[in-house]
Design a protein around this ligand. Sequence first.
Ligand SMILES: Nc1ncnc2c1ncn2[C@@H]1O[C@H](COP(=O)(O)OP(=O)(O)OP(=O)(O)O)[C@@H](O)[C@H]1O
Length: 408
Amino acid sequence: MAEHTVIFTDNHSDKYAFSESLLQGNPPEALSGLRSLSGALFSNARIADFIEEEARHQRSDLQPQPDRELRTYSSGERKKALLAYLLQQQPDFLILDDPFDNLDREYRESLSGQLEELARTTLLIQLASRPSDVLPCMVHRAFLEGQNLVGFPTYEPEIPSGPRITGSIPPPPGPLPELPETLVDFRDVSVAYSGRTIVRNIDWRIRRGEFWELRGPNGSGKTTLISLITGDNPKAYGQELYLFGTRKGSGESVWDIKEHIGYFTPAMADRFRGYHSVENMLISGLTDSVGLYQQPGDLQLSLARQWIGLLGMEQEREVLFRDLTEGQQRLVFCARAMIKHPPLLILDEPTAALDEPSAFLVVSLIRKMAAESRTAVVFVSHRPEPGLHPEKTLFLESGQGGSRGRIA
Ligand SMILES: Nc1ncnc2c1ncn2[C@@H]1O[C@H](COP(=O)(O)OP(=O)(O)OP(=O)(O)O)[C@@H](O)[C@H]1O
């Protein structure tokens, strides 16, 4: 009989193929007990699939409330909804792919309690990129090397020390745009949905070249604030909010704003099918499209190659994006958002679900960009990120009547 098993992963682990093999009844010998059982997958990628389905068809099967889109829920709320949805199907086993990623302490504790309870009736297979995430109920341990399970049932993970990015940030493709010193200016901004205030009286000024962290628990309003900047949120209108020197809602187009912003969140990589080479992915960061439809110029090629050199990915230059490890994909997406040296770079939980060495590599790339360019960087996270050392942090502190901001 199979027991609760934690499978440690790193960025070379093929979690996708492995999970599929379990769900399709072809487990490796060590987990042969799963062969005739029905399984379900709890992962960020599944949530991303539902959101994509919703974007295409205005609805998906995962819709906690009929009149509200899944994409508008916070990460913690989405995970709760996915778990409830999967449990309705009464699976014999549940694959938990980094279940605690993107969750703050409160949600972690509540989910962890729920999973421990579930472990009494349902077999759990946890995929863990961070040893500190392992659920106490786990009986067996193994490591996923590529698609193969090794070290079963007593694998002990090592705590590795991480490599870092060395070398310098390549130059921008051309002169930087003339912009005012203050790029973003929130003046006493409050946002409410259906009468419930989410953030209250936010004052936040981001100046050229500053390195910010935006930190707060799940549901505190981080994504809401960011979407006011990136132009995706109608609540921005009527606020006293200035972007790149222009008051929001004074006739600027979303494209005027987007032109000055580099943005990355891991859901972009989850959704992206990835039939482009690393080199083309980077060049596409200069042309504002995913993929490439024209022959790149010499300058574009040269810059892309300099970035590839910085990332230490010369061997992967022609490799298709989909064939990279998850850590490499994140690095490429971050570099793609940086290559133009946008005046403002927003990275929304860029290290979620990465193993520690890869998270460290992504953080060291971001620090380098913040230190060596005129780009203002905003790193969004719900927990302190080891090694980040931002210059300033805006903490969103949940409270009665919405989150308030505290700058430190
Ligand atoms: N369109 C909407 N309608 C109703 N409520 C919304 C909408 N968009 C966001 N909310 C609510 O606002 C709150 C803040 O959400 P937001 O996604 O900004 O939080 P967050 O800090 O980014 O959380 P997380 O770290 O989990 O992503 C949540 O309770 C969310 O459910």
